[in-house]
Write a protein that binds this ligand. Structure first.
Ligand code: SAH
Length: 350
């Protein structure tokens, strides 16, 4: 028994097969059902025309069937990036982003409604955590975008609102369903999960035998600086977090990504760059520099471009050659990291 028991789109094909047996149905019905949900991306039992009506009725009396409504869709005039606000059945909303790259279409999804990690530069955490998303509600973000655009989603990054490892069971089930060969069959190598650094969760994830990429939100080269930006760092020492990352690499052989949001005057000095290079010395990794996106409620500003480039050059001088500056996308359509949802919630309030 788990909390996804009655949510049909969160069940694996194996579980559905057992369920059909228990209901006295032929087991091939499970495959048909799964195909409707995860390949044809059906939005309700009603669409499943090759399933007998009485079976559809029995299923809908026993199970919930999640599906999103489209609340807002903004398309960037600059680079084709699209931001979506989806309504969930309980009235909450989640934000997802589609980015078009030369290598394919990448969707950034949320893993929770709100977040309780409290990072000081992030808009998603301002109202705290409302609830975890179900695996199906994470899938629905990908499925809805694929349906709406008619274009195949090739990459998924779990980097929207929420801390994925704070919704561990939901995340793991989501990865299994998304990469399942009977569903959309996304390559696990094209799935990235970004975490603020929960060591227990990183250890557990390392043991799942996944081929996904793990990204750590590092944001500072020392424990002292990190805990000023990220309250979660007070609970877990940087050394402990990096040990977990090393364990992840040893177990999976997957090169990790470290994310570093550059905040002017806080973590963007050349001394910070040197310390960062020293911290990650010998660690096979990729470093992603992200000039901080301004959030209305905060005073943080991004460094000037030449300072960002100087930071990168310094890192490279100390041997961290796999370092990129994140290209800003969709600037013209409603800011970053939870700001679309936040704006919507504020306007909705009486
Ligand atoms: N909770 C996870 C995933 C969600 S945040 C995590 O912490 O990794 C995705 C990334 O965006 C994280 O690296 C986060 O620190 C970063 N981020 C959040 N707000 C930002 C902002 N205003 N500017 C730049 N990066 C931000």
């Amino acid at each position: 028994m788990d909390s996804f028991e009655n949510d049909i789109k969160s069940r694996t094909l194996l579980e559905l097969t057992g369920e059909m047996e228990a209901m006295g149905e032929k087991t091939f019905r499970a495959r048909q059902l799964y195909d409707w949900m995860h390949r044809k991306l059906a939005r309700s039992f009603d669409e499943m025309t090759n399933l007998p009506k009485d079976l559809r009725e029995r299923l809908s009396s026993k199970y919930s069937y999640t599906s999103h409504t489209l609340v807002d869709r903004r398309i960037s005039g600059q680079d084709g990036t699209e931001k979506y606000l989806f309504g969930l059945q309980d009235g909450n909303v989640v934000e997802s982003v589609l980015m078009r790259y030369h290598f394919g279409n990448s969707v950034c999804i949320s893993s929770q409604v709100g977040c309780r990690m409290g990072c000081s530069f992030c808009a998603s955490t301002i109202g705290g955590l409302t609830r975890n998303l179900l695996p199906s509600e994470m899938l629905d973000q990908v499925y809805s975008i694929q349906r709406l655009t008619g274009e195949r989603v090739t990459h998924v990054v779990v980097m929207g609102t929420g801390e994925p490892l704070d919704n561990y069971d939901g995340l793991v089930r989501f990865v299994r369903l998304l990469s399942d060969e009977n569903g959309l069959h996304l390559s696990q190598r094209n799935i990235t999960v970004s975490t603020c650094g929960l060591p227990d969760g990183i250890h557990k994830l390392a043991d799942e035998h996944f081929q996904i990429t793990l990204a750590l939100s590092l944001h500072a080269p020392s424990q002292e600086k990190r805990q000023r930006l990220m309250p979660v760092a007070r609970k877990y020492e940087l050394g402990e977090v990096l040990d977990a990352c090393r364990y992840y690499f040893d177990r999976t052989g997957r090169r990790m990504t470290f994310e570093y949001s550059l905040v002017s005057g806080v973590n963007d000095s050349l001394e910070d760059a040197r310390a960062l290079a020293a911290l990650l010395e010998g660690f096979p990794c990729h470093i992603n520099l992200i000039p901080v996106n301004p959030v209305r409620e905060r005073t943080y500003v991004a460094p000037e471009t030449n300072r960002v480039i100087a930071f990168k050059n310094k890192l490279e001088k100390y041997g961290k050659t796999c370092c990129t500056i994140r290209r800003e996308m969709g600037r013209d359509i409603g800011g970053a990291c939870g700001q679309l949802r936040k704006g919507y919630m504020e306007n909705r309030q009486p």
